[in-house]
Design a protein around this ligand. Structure first.
Ligand code: NAP
Length: 514
């Protein structure tokens, strides 16, 4: 069995304890062990700050963008091997695996592209200069400078490749060295990617480190120039946000947590409209892609009361076409959940939802003798159901919530989730859609609008794109990632410069402003 070592302080190091075993979730066969016991976490942070940071910052933005391109290329060369590992350890179908692995290289490449347009100086001018004094002689200019600490990235188990790459892309382009910690159950893929990254020699020493296993007491050693970017459950996120050391030193913290993403079907969308087919296809995709283990997957399906039967029939039809089983087989469209713990959580979650809803498809019963499989499960909420707005079941599970069709009710229903990553709205009625979009926007980091006119071209709402912001308020963590150059923000300090215009504008303004 493989031992997955961590890459820290310039070497691959194994933990000292027995470690945690990783499994193939389709067969329950053990694959590897990993652990970080005995590692010196303070030294890991110091290595990043003392070696990686200065070396990265010396390169400038544009050159760092070129490094991202080289990393994307190095990883892409091993695409087939990475897809196989994702299938083996993540329970992913090949299509799920591509979503993660190609999403990772695609995001690195997208940020490489953004880097081409950036300043070669060691900072980015932030906006125009402004007159501060009686005359233009006393001048102000904001600049963004790389923080001089390390970026600690704690990632969720469901996207070991993409989650690491999207965080890395932003931090490295900004000039901040990274310490990546994948979620333990599916760490095999991130570990192999790290091997490829290290072997490629693309990054200066100290710019990239990997922890395979627990984060130990890493956070205890973080300082005011360090950044923590976390993706995972809202419970863990809240605990990390309140970590005494991080609160004490005001290290920048970005949280990406869970979300009860709503899909809102407007009453104007008839059953024969392209927007209706789009709605059904997207909901069925979200429920089954990666066995529903996607932070952006639809959990609540708002349907006008008089359309519930029609929608349930359409979704049942679409879900019946999804073959569940061994994800390494070409005709299988949905694999198992990623771990035994995940299976127990999902079964318990379905039972909780079912106390206030009718299960119209699937349910918590075991599907096969081996492996962590659960059936696509569709429920219809009873009036007054609360759990559907409070509890994320991180599996192939969604609940139809009947509503009146009025925009105000759609807004209230969507916002009852307490803050989400993405809400999808299906309507061809511009007045209805405009009202709903503005009503739900404060509670959602992204609002996706589907209608007949985009039915042919729209990318699904569950897909996170590097040029659009990812994150959301409230239970979704209150953080923000990606969104083009906005994604660099956590890693840059905004500083207001004030002084003689000739100097401030010449040295720090937009090129040509002096
Ligand atoms: P999790 O249990 O909260 O764990 C997330 C990460 O935090 C893992 O790497 C975990 O490490 C680590 N962790 C747990 N306790 C920690 C502690 N005390 N100190 C430092 N690190 C700690 O979440 P998960 O089960 O991996 O992921 C599923 C959840 O993530 C779902 O709720 C999903 O909605 C959410 N998610 C959100 C997004 C988003 O972008 N907003 C994306 C994907 C997933 P170990 O694995 O070693 O315990």
């Amino acid at each position: 069995m493989k031992t997955l070592k961590s890459y820290v302080v310039g070497a691959w190091r194994a933990g000292s304890g027995a470690g945690t075993a990783l499994e193939n979730p389709a067969t329950e066969a053990p694959i590897a062990v990993l652990g970080t016991e005995g590692l010196d976490f303070a030294a890991v942070l110091e290595h990043a700050r003392a070696r990686g940071g200065p070396a990265l910052r010396a390169l400038g933005f544009r050159r760092r963008g070129e490094l991202l391109k080289a990393l994307a290329g190095a990883l892409h060369k091993h695409r087939d091997e990475l897809l196989d590992l994702s299938i083996e350890n993540g329970g992913n179908t090949r299509s799920d695996a591509k979503f993660d692995v190609d999403g990772a290289t695609g995001t690195l490449a997208a940020y490489a592209e953004l880097g081409k347009g950036l300043d070669e100086r060691g900072f980015l001018p932030d906006g125009e200069g402004v007159q501060l004094g009686r005359t233009a002689r006393f001048w102000g200019q904001h600049v963004l400078v790389p923080r001089s600490g390390a970026a600690v990235h704690i990632n969720a188990f469901n996207f070991p490749a993409w989650n690491m790459a999207e965080k890395m892309a932003c931090a490295l382009l900004a000039g901040v060295p990274v310490i990546e910690k994948p979620g333990t159950p599916s760490a095999l893929l991130a570990w192999r990617m790290a091997e490829i990254i290290v072997a490629s020699g693309v990054l200066p020493e100290g710019a990239f480190q990997l922890l395979c296993g627990s984060a130990g007491d890493l956070l205890q050693h973080m300082g005011p120039q360090d950044v923590l970017a976390f993706t995972g459950s809202s419970t863990t996120g809240a605990a990390l946000k309140g970590h005494a050391r991080l609160v004490g030193c005001n290290a920048h913290v970005n949280l990406e947590a869970d979300s009860l993403n709503p899909a809102l079907l407007a009453p104007d969308v008839e059953g024969d409209a392209p927007a209706f087919d789009l709605f059904v296809a997207n909901v069925a995709l979200d429920m089954t892609q990666k066995a529903g283990q996607k932070c952006t997957a639809v959990r609540r399906i708002a349907v006008p009361e008089d359309r519930v039967g029609e929608v349930v029939d359409a979704l049942k039809g679409a879900l019946a076409r999804i073959k569940v089983g061994d994800p390494s087989l070409a005709d299988v469209r949905m694999g198992p959940l990623a771990s035994r713990a995940q299976l127990a959580d999902v079964r318990a979650g379905i039972a909780r939802l079912a106390a206030e809803a009718e299960v119209v498809l699937g349910g918590p019963a075991p599907l096969f003798e081996r492996g962590y499989f659960v059936a696509p499960t569709l429920l219809v909420a009873r009036p007054g159901a609360r759990a559907v707005h409070e509890h994320e079941v991180f599996g192939p599970v969604a609940t139809v919530v009947p509503y009146s069709g009025e925009p105000e009710d759609a807004i209230a229903l969507a916002n009852q989730g307490g803050g989400g990553l993405v809400a999808s709205v299906y309507s061809n009625d511009a007045a209805w859609a405009e009202r709903v979009v503005l009503g739900i926007a404060p509670w959602h980091g992204r609002v996706w609008i589907g209608g007949d006119r985009v039915a042919e071209q729209a990318l699904p709402p569950g897909m996170v794109l590097p040029l659009s912001v990812h994150g959301g308020p409230g239970r979704a963590g209150g953080g923000e990632e990606l969104g083009g150059l906005r994604g660099l923000a956590p890693y840059l300090q905004r500083t207001a410069l004030q002084g003689f215009q000739g100097f401030v504008a010449g040295a720090f303004g937009a090129p040509g402003a002096g």
